[in-house]
Structure formats: C-alpha cells, structure tokens
Design a protein around this ligand. Structure first.
Ligand code: FMN
Length: 179
C-alpha cells in the first residue's frame, strides 16, 4: 500500500461493490476441491473466457490452478449456506452437498446453482497476492431463479427494477434453460 491508504480502507471500499457469489470447483487426486469466490468476471466473448482470482494463501489454490478444468457454480439466493461452507477452513466442504450428476460433467457441479460453467484452464497470471485464473468456457447450463448477492460483507437477495435492460417487454426477455 502506498501513502496512507490502508488495507482496511481498500477492503471497506471494495465491500461496497455488490457481486454475485460463485463456488469454484475442480477435481484433484485427493478428491473434489472448491472454494467460495466473488472475484469472478467475464473476460472475452470470442473466445469465451472468464476469470477468477484465487488467493495464494487459499487452501484450494494449488489444486484449483493445477487442474486442467474447473467449474463455476453461480449460487442461487437460498444457497448462502454453501457460500459459508465453501469458505470455511479445515472441513470437508463437500459434506452434505448434492452434486449435479446429469451430463457427465468434467468437474464437480453443485445442484441448485443458477449457472454451471465448465472451463478449461487457459492462462494463469500472478497479480499481487492472487493468481488470476482464466478459463475458456466449454459448456454452460442455466436455470431460472434468483441470485445470491454479496454486499458489505453480507449475503442477501437481488431486487429487480423494471424489465430486463434492452427488452422492449417482459415477453422479449432472454429465456433461461439448459444451454
Ligand atoms: C463471499 C465470499 C467471497 C470470497 N471470494 C473469494 C475470492 O474471490 N477469491 C479467493 O481467493 N477467496 C475468496 N473467498 C475466501 C475463500 O472462499 C476461503 O474462505 C479462503 O480461501 C480461506 O479458506 P482456507 O482457510 O481453507 O484457505 C471468499 C469468501 C467469501 C465468504
């Protein structure tokens, strides 16, 4: 940190950016691994790239960045307990978690998520104390529902205002479904 700008001020400022909540999953020799991540973003449309920032200190870091493929599970409003469980240290994060078995997925995918992305590792970049893991999306599925939102260190709900952006009417809104 330069000058008088502190880590606490940085965290406080960033906590005011509302985001969705994902669980990043992968397979490893020791079994499935995963962690809760809000530092997720789309990167490119062609090719279809996404990124997730993984703390170097995260217990899941080495397994996730070493995996050829990783999964992105975008959590639904009622999955706050999963966000908590996949952020806890030293437990079996997959205990009591229903996996989505349909379709022979290449990575562990969580039942009840709003979106599944199956990604192949594209590139890794070191940035400060995190690794930026970029993946190319090979497969996706979406389901209707409401998202879990993270804001000011709390988990909560999303309240829509009016019709979807760019849609002339609700009937023209994009449809959800397995894709
Ligand atoms: C809402 C939320 C969002 C998080 N986002 C990230 C993230 O984007 N990247 C990351 O490395 N850790 C993130 N974490 C922290 C990890 O989920 C996890 O708690 C951390 O890796 C500590 O686990 P460990 O002690 O087993 O290493 C987030 C945690 C929560 C609760």
């Amino acid at each position: 940190m330069s000058g008088s700008f502190t880590s606490a001020q940085f965290r406080e400022a960033l906590s005011h950016f509302a985001s969705g909540v994902t669980i990043i999953t992968a397979r490893s020799e020791a079994g499935p691994v995963g962690f809760t991540a809000s530092a997720f973003s789309s990167v490119s449309l062609a090719p279809p790239l996404v990124l997730v920032c993984v703390a170097h200190t995260a217990s899941a870091h080495d397994a996730v960045v070493a995996a050829e493929r990783f999964g992105v599970n975008v959590l639904a409003e009622r999955q706050g307990w999963l966000a908590e469980q996949f952020a806890k240290h030293g437990i079996d994060r997959f205990e009591g978690v229903a996996l989505h078995e349909a379709g022979g997925a290449s990575v562990p995918l969580l039942e009840g998520a709003l979106v599944h992305l199956e990604c192949r590792r594209h590139t890794l970049h070191t940035a400060g104390d995190h690794t930026i893991l970029i993946g190319e999306v090979e497969r996706s599925a979406t389901w209707p529902g409401r998202p879990l939102v993270h804001y000011t260190r709390k988990l909560g709900a999303f309240v829509a205002q009016g019709a979807p952006r760019g849609a002339a009417s609700a009937e023209e809104a994009p449809k959800n479904g397995e894709g």
